[in-house]
Design a protein around this ligand. Structure first.
Ligand code: UD1
Length: 340
């Protein structure tokens, strides 16, 4: 069976993707520095799949160690998740973000060049689009300046990958995630924020369970039906499955270009208040929220045109916003009962 390297494999999207890969019979090698995840996730992955991935605790910014890894292991494809992802933090500490997210990518690609490797998947983000007026947004849209250094590392990361692929033999795909949420149906893995989260879904579940007293809806005077921002919320298990489709497209040489980009979204936008209503209806919990000021850097509305991923990857998001909220709530309750 093929060996797949998953960087950031103990993290949120990485752990869900590892589960899907193991279930399909792939051998998974995880590299993670555990800066924002826990090693116990490996046990949960084993509980779900009956298989333990290989694990190496390593910082991808350490070039020598990255080279040594590839010298000693035959890797058929890499899915590169490992990165910092807090938008606000990236505004406060831009160099930390540029160093971590870009040096790690350059090190991996240098190893790809040196060892003549093939098949590289890059975790990108809809934040590369910045503020856009034509919606839904497709992959050919001209990119605006990202709203944050975090978004910029994704935009620059895509360019680094594209430029590197142009002068090498290998192929790659960048997947632009819209707003991932939810957790595995087993509630054994999910989003595990080591510091207080800023993303809507964990903020909602933490408020509902009482970890936070209340939450704020950031602005209700936008040009949208109820005045709150619109996003394309997509279930993390749908995202994980898209990675299987993308990695198999590369492994089976089905790609039409050496470098391809796909949106991963549902194609449907929901407002913040709709997301809150969905949570309240599936959980039966009344959320303590208030309307507050707009948050700096928020785009007003964005949702994906998913045609390209649907036709080329043969993949379509299947799980609803209700399912995102239901599984995220089950996960939050599980964390409360067994915080280990
Ligand atoms: C942004 C990026 C996304 C990136 C993610 C990483 C865009 C369009 N999206 O997501 O690519 O992966 O950060 O963290 O740039 N909200 C509240 N109250 C809260 C929290 C959020 O009202 O306490 C609202 C926000 O104003 C926003 C929506 O919920 O309208 C979603 O926010 P969030 O979950 O933080 O994601 P984005 O900012 O869309």
């Amino acid at each position: 069976m093929k060996n797949i390297l998953v960087t950031g494999g103990t993290g949120y999207i990485g752990s869900h993707t590892t589960v899907e890969l193991l279930n399909k019979g792939y051998d998974v090698f995880i590299i993670d520095n555990l800066s924002n995840s826990r090693k116990e996730v490996l046990n949960s992955i084993e509980k779900i799949t009956g298989r333990m991935p290989h694990f190496l605790q390593l910082d991808l910014c350490d070039r020598e160690k990255v080279m040594a890894f590839f010298a000693n292991n035959r890797i058929d494809a890499t899915i590169h998740f490992a990165a910092y992802k807090a938008v606000g933090e990236s505004v406060e500490h831009p160099l930390t973000y540029y160093r971590n997210n870009l040096v790690s990518l350059v090190n991996l690609l240098e190893a790809y060049e040196k060892y003549n490797l093939d098949n590289f998947l890059f975790s990108s983000s809809c934040s590369v689009y910045g503020d856009q007026s034509v919606l839904p947004i497709d992959e050919s849209a001209k990119l605006s300046k990202p709203e944050s250094p975090y978004g910029n590392t994704k935009q620059i990361g895509e360019e680094i990958l594209s430029d590197t692929i142009r002068v090498n033999k290998f192929s790659g795909i960048a997947l632009r995630y819209f707003n991932p949420g939810g957790a595995h149906e087993s509630a054994l893995i999910g989003e595990y924020p080591l510091s207080p989260p800023n993303n809507l879904v964990p903020v909602i579940t933490q408020t509902a369970i009482g970890k936070r007293e209340s939450m704020t809806v950031f602005g209700n005077d936008y040009d949208t039906p109820d005045g709150t921002c619109i996003r394309d919320y997509i279930h993390v298990v749908d995202i994980a499955k898209a990675h299987i489709a993308a990695v198999e497209r590369l492994l089976n040489k089905k790609n039409k270009n050496k470098f391809e980009i796909f949106n991963l979204g549902t194609g449907k936008g929901n407002t913040v208040l709709q997301a809150i209503q969905a949570f309240e209806s599936v959980s039966g919990v009344k959320l303590n929220y208030k309307i507050g000021e707009r948050r700096a850097g928020d785009v007003v509305k964005i949702w994906a045109d998913t045609k390209l991923a649907n036709t080329e990857l043969g993949w379509k998001a299947e799980l609803s916003l209700d399912e995102i909220m239901r599984s995220a709530w089950k996960w939050e309750n599980q964390l409360m009962n067994d915080p280990s």
